[in-house]
Design a protein around this ligand. Structure first.
Ligand code: ZN
Length: 501
């Protein structure tokens, strides 16, 4: 058994190394690569993805999994080897259904499509990406159809990123949340808006980046095992346990953009840095699901980074960095500015209250596109229409409408967005569990200390990687299933005070 397990791990690590090499190429493409490299890069990534896929779906892996079945059955459920075999089996069964040629085709297409989007967005040119998006939709449907027997065509795609979730479960959670959210949004936006003029001044990039780095070092993001670079659309990327990178973007005329995206991505990265090193390069060696991942980024970005206590400690430091801009701005004014709720155009800049409406729009559109109720060419108009209905405003152009998010241009249509709102919900649920276990956390945050919170997250969430499914993890950490209550409670308490609701 030991020899077979060793052989299985050797093969899994080999497959992982190939897809990690593709990930390095993606990181390079989105940070430093000259645009002339696009065509070759698409091919290079496709080659590596194909090889990784071939390695991972080698029938030898299936035979090893079969042979190790009795060993897995002899172990307790939460033993590392049992989890490794269980999760590998699940991923293997899924991957073998997708032909290697298709994987390569999809990788090649999305790399090309990403490059076209990166140029079409600043040019506000939807027509340029439309044929690429049509092909993406076609490929997304084909991908789903490798998993016949689904209830909804989006189900297999949702399952890839949020295992165990279906379109119908997500719809139900979103429906309940929407019911609670919309009245809060209406009550807030009926009032005089908070003043966030202090954020819209000139903030030089270098100082913004410097301040953000100081904060995330204090959070516990380990720069010996990480780094930060600039990109179009911020993300975190794991290359190894010892190399978890983040990217950011900065607007010199809007302080919140770069700052909060840095805090956000550091939350993703600390999660990956905290996964047990024993799982490195194996299927357990990454976060549990996209919803759980997003809960960790939103926790640091919002529940910590937009809290009053956090800024009691950090605001004087921020004022030192930006004396000219902030010396006459009080902590209260700043706190209200960073928590201003408004009907805005851009998901990634949206406040905590309206954010989920942006996600629901995209999720509903994914379902409509996959079902064939909506055509790609109708997207820009449909976007404006829905925006008017949900937000009472209309995007002036596609750049800040349908072209704003990279997801459909660098991946599939379907399964790309639900994780964001699941993450918001879970961020509050996990944070409530952390505070119940360690009530001293808020006081420590007021003093710029994050060790207890970081340690609790590492112990209860990070270290497990993908050992447990999202629903198992939620149950273990909070003692119950996913619930929107802590999130609604958090929003009502915080924004009730800010807006005297
Ligand atoms: Zn995120």
């Amino acid at each position: 058994m030991e020899a077979k397990l060793h052989e299985l791990k050797r093969r899994l690590i080999e497959a992982n190394d190939l897809s990690t090499a593709a990930a390095v190429l993606y990181w390079d493409q989105s940070t430093y690569m000259p645009s002339g490299g696009a065509a070759a890069r698409g091919r290079q990534m496709a080659t590596l993805e194909r090889l990784a896929h071939e390695k991972f779906t080698d029938p030898a892996i299936g035979r090893l999994l079969d042979a190790l079945e009795p060993y897995a059955a002899s172990l307790p459920y939460d033993a590392d080897d049992a989890a490794l075999l269980r999760v590998t089996r699940r991923l293997y069964e899924r991957e073998v259904r997708v032909p290697a040629d298709f994987t390569a085709l999809l990788a090649h297409h999305t790399a090309e499509s990403y490059q076209v989007w990166a140029e079409a967005r600043p040019a506000n040119d939807f027509a340029r990406v439309q044929p690429y998006l049509e092909k993406t939709l076609d490929l997304s449907r084909q991908l789903a159809d490798f998993f016949p027997g689904y209830e909804h065509i989006a189900d297999p795609l949702i399952d890839f990123s949020d295992y165990g979730m279906k379109a119908s479960t997500v719809r139900q959670i979103f429906g309940e949340l929407r019911e609670q959210l919309v009245p809060i949004v209406q009550a807030i936006t009926a009032q005089e808006p908070l003043d966030d003029a202090c954020l819209h001044q000139h903030y030089p990039e270098a100082q913004q980046l410097g301040f953000g780095l100081e904060v995330i070092k204090r959070f516990g993001y380990d720069f010996e095992r990480g780094r930060q670079d600039k990109t179009h659309h911020p993300y975190e990327i794991r290359l190894a346990s010892g190399d978890v990178r983040i990217t950011t973007r900065v607007k010199e005329d809007f302080l919140a953009e770069g700052l909060f995206s840095t805090l956000h991505e550091s939350g993703h990265a600390m999660y990956e840095q905290g996964v047990s090193p024993a799982y490195d390069a194996l299927p357990l060696g990454r976060g549990a699901s996209s919803g759980v991942h997003e809960s960790q980024s939103r926790l640091w970005e919002n529940l910590v980074g937009r809290s009053y206590g956090f800024w009691e400690h950090f605001y004087p430091q921020l004022q030192m960095v930006f004396q000219a801009q902030l010396k006459d701005v009080s902590l209260d004014t700043f706190y209200r500015a960073i928590n201003k709720v408004e009907r805005s155009l851009i998901r990634t800049d949206a406040d905590e209250v309206t954010y989920n409406l942006h996600v629901m729009l995209r999720f509903d559109f994914e379902l409509a596109l996959l079902e064939g109720r909506m055509e790609i060419r109708d997207l820009p108009d449909a976007w404006r229409e829905r925006f008017r209905a949900d937000f009472g405003i209309v995007p002036p152009d596609d750049r800040d409408g349908v072209l704003q998010d990279v997801h459909w241009f660098g991946g599939t249509i379907g399964g790309a967005f639900q994780g964001y709102t699941l993450g918001n919900i879970l961020s509050a649920q996990f944070y409530a569990a952390a505070l119940a276990a360690q009530p001293e956390i808020p006081d420590q945050i007021r003093h710029g200390e994050f060790g207890t919170l970081h340690g609790w997250l590492r112990e209860n969430i990070y270290q497990h990687g993908r050992k447990f499914t999202a629903s198992e993890l939620i149950e273990r950490v909070t003692g119950g299933p996913l619930s929107i209550e802590p999130y609604i409670h958090y929003l009502r308490a915080k924004y009730g005070e800010l807006y005297r609701l």
